[in-house]
Design a protein around this ligand. Structure first.
Ligand SMILES: Nc1ncnc2c1ncn2[C@@H]1O[C@H](COP(=O)(O)OP(=O)(O)O)[C@@H](O)[C@H]1O
Ligand SMILES: [Mg+2]
Length: 329
């Protein structure tokens, strides 16, 4: 393990294990969180990242091991307990109330009240607006959460965590539903928190993202920590090796397989958006027998809409569809 004199260790996990019925999710983990730094945690699905973070955030209790905060042993009986010690977490799963406003969500369970002990909506909206302004994502405090795009909802979740004024802020896959522009906004927020001395724990499996914003990196594999380094000491190869236990040279194997005739083709598929513009913008694709076609895109990019169009579920869709070379639409 490398030591870095620049960043003071604010929280330390010692020999932490977590056993669920049937699974050991975390095995003897030692993990340090440093102040004023982005502490990256990476690992494959199921490696135990969320479990480890839920232990820090008071959501789960460790089966064994110690948690040291500022050098003192602590134990959290609830997430409220961790929040009161300055530890906040942005969960992987969105935890918002769709039928409440953005401001009501940000202050949920710690509502601001006026002198008549009623919820002070005006004050909540004023305070929420301050956090939302930082995000520059066009989200107003009085908007209903269910009317926001998924990426915007994720930003609200982040604003909610930032508003806790935590000393340690854990972000579990915060960019999974964000567009490229929204990711840039988040990175600005993170830089700002870092400058204010906040310790950030950042979980993601997008390697380019981690390398860009991380100061320290910890890799989990199958519940065990397999590597912990300063980010500037490592490269992608090192990360992948710690994650999967070997080099990634045989990820893609060519097997000499030859695809057959074209069986399906879609040309220039378009779907207008109710609010203007196109949800699906002139997409064409072709599929041959014995071939697997992968479709990649962020949430909200139009993947589902494209296939809804192909399946004939949108009357307003346009474009041509061919099966075995014959046009069917
Ligand atoms: N509440 C739970 N009950 C039982 N098993 C769980 C629970 N939460 C997670 N696990 C298991 O623990 C392991 C680690 O999960 P998790 O911490 O979510 O991994 P990651 O966040 O790295 O994808 C997985 O095998 C998962 O199925
Ligand atoms: Mg997870």
């Amino acid at each position: 393990m490398s030591s870095s004199p620049g960043h003071h260790v604010i929280l330390k996990l010692e020999d932490i294990s977590k056993v669920y019925a049937g699974t050991v999710a975390v095995k003897h983990a030692n993990f340090e969180v440093r102040k004023g730094a982005v502490n990256v945690l990476v690992g494959e699905n199921g490696a135990g990242k969320s479990t480890l973070m839920k232990i820090i955030a008071g959501v789960e209790r460790p089966t064994a091991g110690r948690i040291l905060l500022d050098g003192n042993e602590v134990s959290f009986s609830s997430s409220g307990d961790a929040v009161s010690r300055g530890i906040g977490m942005v969960f992987q799963e969105l935890n918002l109330f769709g039928n409440l406003s953005v401001a009501e969500n940000i202050f949920a369970t710690r509502e601001l009240t006026n002198r008549f002990r009623k919820i002070d909506h005006k004050e909540q909206e004023r305070r929420a607006a301050e956090f939302l302004e930082q995000l520059e994502a066009g989200i107003r405090p009085d908007m209903l959460v269910e009317d926001l795009r998924i990426g915007q909802q994720q930003l609200v979740e982040i604003a909610k965590a930032v508003s806790l004024d935590a000393r340690i802020l854990i972000m579990d896959e915060p960019t999974s539903a964000l567009s490229a522009a929204e990711v840039e906004i988040l990175f600005k927020v993170i830089a700002d928190l870092k400058a204010r001395g906040v310790a950030i724990v950042y979980i993601s499996h997008r390697l380019e993202e981690l390398i860009r914003i991380g100061d320290h990196i910890t890799v989990l594999r199958d519940g065990r920590i397999t590597g912990q380094e300063e980010m500037r000491q490592v490269d992608t190869q090192w990360i992948v090796r710690q994650m999967i236990g070997s080099d990634a040279k045989d990820f893609a194997k060519a097997d000499g397989h030859r695809p057959g005739e074209e069986v399906f083709r879609a040309e220039e598929i378009c779907l207008p958006r109710v609010t203007g513009g196109l949800a699906v913008d002139h997409v064409s694709l072709s599929l041959r027998a014995g071939e697997i076609l992968g479709i990649y895109g962020l949430m909200g990019a139009g993947r589902s809409e494209l296939f809804d169009c192909i399946m004939g579920r949108h009357g307003q869709a346009s474009g041509r569809i061919f099966i075995d070379g014959k046009q069917v639409r």
